[in-house]
Design a protein around this ligand. Sequence first.
Ligand code: CA
Length: 227
Amino acid sequence: MKRQSVHLFVAAVMALLGPLVQKSRGDFELWDDHQLTVNRSHYQGILHERSGAFIVPPGSVTNLDAWDSSTVGISGGRVYNWLSAYDSSTVNISSGYVGSLWAYNSSTVNISGGDVTNLEALSSSTVTFYGQNFSVGDGLFLFGDRVLGTGMLSGEWMDGTPWAVNILPNPFTATILVIPGPAHKPFCVKYPRMDFNGDCKVDFADLAIMASSWLECNLVPESACWE
Ligand SMILES: [Ca+2]
């Protein structure tokens, strides 16, 4: 199905099931720059544009789709069924659980901890594992730091925790890397609420942005502003 068709299909199913599902388990759909800390149980999550969802204990989502340039951070939270990354979305996993992780388009996935059961890297996606003692099972080959083929990839995280992931389709257009050592490129696990410029920290740059709007008031009538 084309992306629009998938959207329409999901929208139609959600319209039918939405009230029921939302009542029982709760769904969320994020747009624009909206950043959500997920710390309770949800069924479906959908991210668009530059939104972000950060799944922390005891938060969980059954199915999660990330579109556009959205960001998913998983630190201890769980995605029970699938996590699909499309377009230029980014997924960062430092601990927690993902059942099946599907990387499409030019999405980027960084994994430095946790448990991922199945991985499909498709299109021109890039998936990087940061850890140590990597080994490959039948059907899988290491070419430098690149993982080719399909099969079981295993290793340890930097704290010595063992992990294993079943790599399903892995065409040459996609890139799966195993990099020894901790994630050398820092990534944002959770954007602070007052991080106005989206650099994952709150500092004078954010204060300056807030100060530039200081005493701005859009109430009508204007006289209501400073009563
Ligand atoms: Ca900032």
